[in-house]
Design a binder for this molecule. Structure first.
Ligand code: GLU
Length: 257
């Protein structure tokens, strides 16, 4: 299987903005093992701005554009340095791809991106993708990595997109506010009723909330790709997700594609 895994800032960093060593180590171990089992893996990782803010000692995620650009430049190095070391432990080679919306919408740039991505997969490298936050201005930004991961899954012709986040999946209501909220295991179709369950919540350091994840689900399921939202606290759950077992919320691909 070709699997795109997206991790949010809440998975790679603590709320302090400093690296969540346990979760990153588990994540890289499981992804390495999935590669050893013969799967192709592409990682879309957030955390550049959040970890840059942590490393620079900023108290919170920066709000102004220049500080975000600067934090991303610092944090992206930290992220890739960490991925490089952790994957090397299991003899896997990482490759950094920093993209903007243009890389998907301009036909020439998209062909260029696909060429590099497919060659990296042929070479058995592990592409690690993020938005190019240091230079991507508002007009050319994808804006959030949930949407970016959907674009990547589509461009890569993936079989599955897994979004790991700080919540177990899609609930009938916000479980942080409503004790009766239930986790939904399978979403066969993205109806208006499902879209209304999104709310707007996100974490302090990341960008997306449930809405951007449902938007990602719309993109990939329409392209014939299943998507799962699950908790990043236990990256080992990826084994069961890849085996098709019931973990988190699975959005089924549109059967007519
Ligand atoms: N590209 C951003 C970063 O690495 C994350 C965007 C998002 O949280 O969706 O900090």
């Amino acid at each position: 299987m070709r699997i795109v895994v997206k991790v949010g800032t809440s998975t790679v960093a603590h709320p302090t903005g400093l690296m969540n060593i346990r979760q990153m180590e588990h994540l890289c171990k499981v992804l390495s093992d999935l590669k050893n089992a013969g799967h192709q893996v592409i990682l879309v990782s957030s955390g550049a701005i959040g970890m840059g803010a942590g490393k620079l000692g900023l108290k919170e995620r920066p709000r102004d554009v220049a500080s975000k650009q600067a934090a991303a430049a610092v944090g992206q190095c930290e992220l890739m340095y960490t991925y490089d070391r952790l994957f090397l432990k299991y003899s896997h080679k990482v490759a950094q791809l920093l993209l903007t919306a243009d890389d998907f919408t301009h036909p020439d740039r998209r062909a260029n991106l696909e060429q590099a991505l497919f060659r990296l997969l042929e070479m058995d490298a592990l592409p690690v993708v993020n938005e190019n936050d240091t230079v991507a201005t508002e007009e050319i930004r994808v804006g959030d990595n949930d949407t970016l991961s959907a674009y990547v899954a589509e461009a890569a012709g993936a079989d599955l997109l897994v979004i790991l986040t700080d919540i177990d999946g899609l609930y009938t209501a916000d479980p942080r506010k409503d004790p009766d909220a239930r986790l939904i295991h399978v979403i066969p179709a993205l109806t208006d009723e499902v879209m209304a369950m999104a709310g707007g919540s996100g974490s302090a350091l990341g960008t997306g909330g449930m809405m951007t994840k449902l938007h990602a689900a719309q993109i990939v399921t329409a392209a014939g790709i299943d998507m799962v939202i699950a908790s990043g606290r236990r990256p080992e759950a990826l084994y069961d997700i890849v085996d098709g077992k019931e973990v988190g919320t699975r959005f089924l691909k549109n059967p007519s594609v």
